[in-house]
Design a protein around this ligand. Structure first.
Ligand SMILES: [Fe+2]
Ligand SMILES: [Fe+2]
Length: 325
């Protein structure tokens, strides 16, 4: 089993660029993900203009160029394993655009639904929908970087039919459940890319995997921020966050991805973790590190709900307690 790369592991363990709340929405501090968004909107009285400014500053501070990153890779010398990792990553990243498009629409609809009954929840939804434009743009970097690189190395082309299949939009779900699922998806991606980086030898490709992993960690931090704010509002229940986490952590659950014995067949959308192709002998590398993912999902639940869990079994116990089973 390949171990995680040092940089992504360290970044995952840290809280990342988050903060309780800045003193102002000016430029007197580095841009952050607001870890205490509900508090920022209520007790601290931050406006949506100020919150959006914080999002814009962080997005700008983290921008990078796909063209320049690809220029730094020695394409002709990539190994079969490196090419297979890139090809899989490109296919997986095709599913992020429909995810971000859907989040934008759902957040907007939820904002309207809460506007009269709870303006703070409406503001959380709006902050989330507003941020989705940055998320979509950043995921575009991942998708195009990996797919362009796969094409340059002569990997099997992705037919338009597959492109369209991977673009199908996920069905709607409750907002808290959606945000928890997205946080877990980002955790899974970040750990996988950390493993890819460790398995790669080309310095330029290692830098690309490290950059994308860092982006996924930042996305996780945003999803945790929005999910925690919904729970803090009192309108959303911790049990829903635990229900989604249990779906991933249970035996033979979603976290097993394509390595599971039985992967659900769907005609509505594609879960990228179900579709990693590791059958080719050249791609014997399987990004798993399920223990690390379990630990990070437990940490995410703790941040969102304030309830401490350390293992998949504790997640199941707490979930059953919360639903009163
Ligand atoms: Fe991504
Ligand atoms: Fe991401």
């Amino acid at each position: 089993m390949t171990t995680l790369a040092a940089e992504p592991t360290a970044a995952l363990a840290a809280t990342g660029p988050t903060a309780a709340a800045p003193d102002s929405a000016g430029t007197d501090h580095p841009p952050v993900v607001l870890a205490e968004l509900h508090d920022a909107l209520t007790r601290r009285g931050m406006s949506l203009v100020e919150i959006t400014w914080e999002q814009q500053r962080l997005h700008e501070a983290r921008r990078w160029s796909v063209v320049e990153m690809l220029d730094g890779i020695d394409v002709a010398r990539l190994t079969p394993l490196e090419r297979a990792m890139v090809w899989n990553a490109g296919r997986a990243e095709l599913t992020t655009k429909p995810g971000a498009d859907r989040l934008e629409r759902q957040a907007d609809a939820e904002c309207g639904r809460w506007q009269r009954s709870n303006p703070t929840v409406a503001a959380i939804m709006q902050a989330c929908g507003t941020w989705s434009r940055y998320w979509n743009e950043e995921e575009a970097h991942h998708e195009t970087a990996f797919n362009r690189l796969a094409a340059l190395t002569g990997m099997e082309a992705i037919p338009d039919e597959t492109f369209l299949e991977f673009r199908q939009v996920f069905p709607d779900d409750g907002m808290l459940r959606t945000l928890v699922l997205l946080a877990i998806s980002e955790i899974t991606a970040a750990v996988n890319y950390g493993q890819c980086r460790a398995a790669a030898t080309d310095p330029g490709l290692r830098a690309l995997f490290a950059q994308v992993a860092a982006d996924e960690i930042q996305h996780r931090n945003y999803f945790l921020s929005f999910a925690k704010a919904l729970v803090d509002s009192g309108e959303y229940q911790a049990k829903d966050a635990f229900a989604v986490a249990h779906l991933f952590l249970r035996e033979d659950g979603e976290l097993g991805g394509s390595a599971r014995e039985r992967v659900e067949s769907r005609d509505t959308h594609v879960n990228w973790w179900d579709r990693l192709d590791t059958a080719d002998s050249a791609a014997a590398f399987q990004p798993e590190a399920s223990g690390r993912k379990e630990q990070l999902v437990c940490g995410a639940l703790q941040k969102i709900t304030g309830l401490t869990v350390r293992t998949a079994a504790e997640v199941e116990d707490t979930w059953m307690d919360l639903v009163g089973a």
